[in-house]
Unconditional design. Structure first.
Length: 278
């Protein structure tokens, strides 16, 4: 059972209005459950209890998601000494999927849209999403899950075990583990792509971390491999973001040159990235 600031405010509102129960989501907006209110305590379906002070704590720390565990709150966040990154599951709305934040950088656009809308827009650039699909960087898995609704199969790769652990706790990532169309791989796509069959994928969604975090995924060597594994007339969507835009930088210029060198054609600028054909 998970809570964020949005559910905590609903519980607090019920308490302030002297209600005996509240109906809120315990899976970050997917479904709802009945919570009993007794004095200054909230009783959850498995008989776990949280005090009013704990609910107020969630509201105060409003950019975190919490797991209810043994009548206490456990923040879904961790620091990895191996990567030197801090990972956190961040709520985006009462009924929208959370995003992943890595050392302060969010993995989805959240100011102008929800992660769901962000993902739908990316998938839209390679529509129709049929045949075999390559999702180069899993993250929370939203791209793979949405692509699997129409694709024959989706191959998706995640090298960071810390992100995989957060996937397991995120209710919106559950289908990653249950949908048989999705082939999950724990490994580095930069290395693993070399073992994938030539011309296997009709569509590729390349949504890498920022260049500073993974420059190899913006390299000529990697783009050559992307070109190799895409079918003839296959479509690539490459998320780039706009790092350095305020200073006049344009990362897409360099990426377009490299994609062209790899053999891609009809390269177009689109929402936060590029679309290209083989």
């Amino acid at each position: 059972m998970l809570l964020s600031v949005f559910q905590a405010k609903e519980l607090l509102n019920a308490f302030d209005n002297n209600r005996k129960e509240a109906v809120v989501s315990l899976d970050l907006g997917i479904s709802t459950s009945k919570i009993i209110i007794e004095q200054e305590s909230f009783i959850f379906p498995d008989n776990q209890r949280l005090a009013l002070t704990q609910i107020r704590k969630i509201i105060k720390k409003d950019t975190s998601c919490y797991l209810i565990n043994k009548n206490d709150l456990q923040k879904i966040a961790l620091f990895s000494p191996e990567t030197n990154y801090y990972y956190k599951l961040v709520p985006t709305g009462a009924r929208t999927p959370p995003t992943l934040e890595i050392s302060g950088i969010r993995m989805h656009v959240t100011k102008s849209m929800s992660p769901k809308e962000d993902t739908e827009m990316k998938i839209g650039f390679v529509s129709p999403c049929n045949g075999a699909i390559l999702d180069t960087c899993t993250g929370l898995g939203y791209t793979a899950i949405l692509a699997a609704k129409t694709a024959d199969e989706v191959y998706t790769f995640e090298k960071d075990i810390n992100i995989i652990e957060i996937q397991k706790l995120n209710p919106w990532s559950e289908e990653l583990f249950s949908n048989k169309k999705i082939k999950r791989f724990h490994g580095d796509i930069f290395q693993r792509i070399k073992k994938l069959d030539t011309g296997k994928f009709a569509r590729v969604i390349h949504d890498p971390p920022r260049y500073a975090l993974a420059p190899e995924l913006y390299s000529n060597e990697f783009y050559d491999q992307l070109y190799r594994v895409i079918t003839k007339k296959g479509i690539l969507y490459h998320y780039t973001g706009e790092p350095g835009r305020k200073k006049g930088a344009d990362i897409k210029v360099g990426v377009i040159k490299k994609l062209t060198y790899a053999g891609f054609i009809e390269i177009k600028r689109v929402f936060n990235g590029l679309v290209a054909l083989k």
